[in-house]
Write a protein that binds this ligand. Structure first.
Ligand code: NAD
Ligand code: NAD
Lengths: 207, 207
């Protein structure tokens, strides 16, 4: 299994390379990719070699083949069904976000426990009750869940989701979540993004 | 200026170290930090040395001093005023998110152009019209803005924000934005987070 940092880099290389392909490019060098992302060409080459792909001296990588390798390793050749648990502000923003569908993530189940929301439709999908969450996830064979409930509700809904077969979770609730062996949970904290801006602002002030 | 990847790592080291301090630890080694984040101790040491801080052989780093260095370099010793532009689902989720306030990011201005929202309060802050956005930002001396408007509105609101003195932007709108020299813009695409889950799921399937 590739390490987390390498996977994160391959994911963004994939984006850059697809943009270049959309601009009509047929070949891309490690320098092209590195420059677009403030990385070093050697880092890029090392990461791409972990796909088993080598570039041609002086020419670079064949864009079509490289994208095939990346999509194949990153699991982007398949569509992925996603369950969204917590149809509040954040949940609704994510359901409506075209970026997910564009990358093959299709929301197949929306869960909430607010009677005002249950039964309503969001982007054409009906909001269902968190009652029997495990069964609902299992019946639709969903493996990925996005957790956008309040902190105090998070562990319980994750337990039910995992009981129903969820293997991969993207958690937004600001709380540490226990998951059993064989289940992967990824945390998002957008405050981390803001801290990058604080650094940049602070650096400017002092220089 | 430290490179982007180093800053991103220092930001998460800071989190890990603060957690350890909260657990009563006085010293931390590069191995402790590395283990918590699936990084190598040498990577951690290299990053921390860019702060000018050295560890004690066999003991590690003094946690209090290391946190001081990190907070100082990362600009986290000051509070930062933030303008939120686009008080829709995503904007509202961010305004209400305790993670921002905890790290010192205080929302001082909320902007929207929907007459139904203008004048209403979110987390005690009044939503103001996007009319005269530049002046509103300038009057409050805000340097950081979060952009959560639809793609088609993004460039225009960024232009006004920058005209009003915004220097750092966190952009969620799925569109490339032009900013002049001296202004920093950071993009968030949560689909990138989802792609990490796709990799993990795909890896499991094939192995
Ligand atoms: N990680 C980040 O960067 C970040 C940013 C913003 C918000 N958040 C977090 O995301 C979560 C959602 O934020 P929000 O602004 O959308 O909140 P919200 O209150 O608008 O939405 C929460 C939703 O979860 C539902 N819910 C509550 N308990 C439930 C349960 N047991 N089962 C199913 N649904 C349940 C509520 O009915 C509501 O619709 C919060 O935990 C918030 O702290 C995280
Ligand atoms: N980057 C990501 O991962 C990600 C995830 C979710 C949503 N998004 C994006 O974030 C944005 C907001 O999403 P949302 O679900 O909250 O949408 P939304 O429609 O709920 O909110 C948009 C808000 O912007 C306001 N607005 C529109 N034009 C404006 C203008 N000119 N000036 C000021 N305000 C204006 C609207 O009145 C509305 O309140 C969208 O661009 C969406 O694609 C990005």
């Amino acid at each position: 299994m590739l390490n987390k940092a390498t996977v994160e880099r391959l994911i963004i290389y994939n984006r850059v390379i697809k943009e270049l392909k959309a601009q009509g490019e047929k070949w891309v060098t490690s320098t092209d990719i590195a420059r677009a992302l403030s990385k070093t060409p050697s880092q890029v080459r090392r990461d791409i070699s972990s796909l088993g792909r080598k570039g041609k001296r002086g020419v670079g990588y064949n864009i079509k083949k490289l994208i095939n390798d990346l999509d194949s390793v990153l699991g982007l050749n398949d569509e992925h069904c996603v369950a969204l648990i917590g149809a509040g502000n954040l949940g609704r923003a994510l359901i409506g976000y075209p970026g997910f569908k564009r990358e093959g993530f299709i929301c197949r189940l929306i869960i909430d426990n607010d009677p005002e929301k249950i039964g309503s439709k969001i982007s054409g999908i009906k909001v269902e009750s968190s009652e029997g969450l495990a069964k609902k996830v299992a019946r639709k064979k969903i493996a990925i869940a996005v957790i956008t409930v309040p902190a105090e509700a998070a562990q319980k809904v994750v337990d039910s989701a995992v009981a129903g077969g969820i293997k991969e979770l993207l958690n937004f609730a600001p709380v540490k979540i226990y998951v059993p062996e064989g289940v992967n949970i990824r945390y998002v904290d957008l405050a981390l993004e803001m801290e990058n801006l604080a650094y940049s602002l602070n650096y400017r002030k002092k220089n």
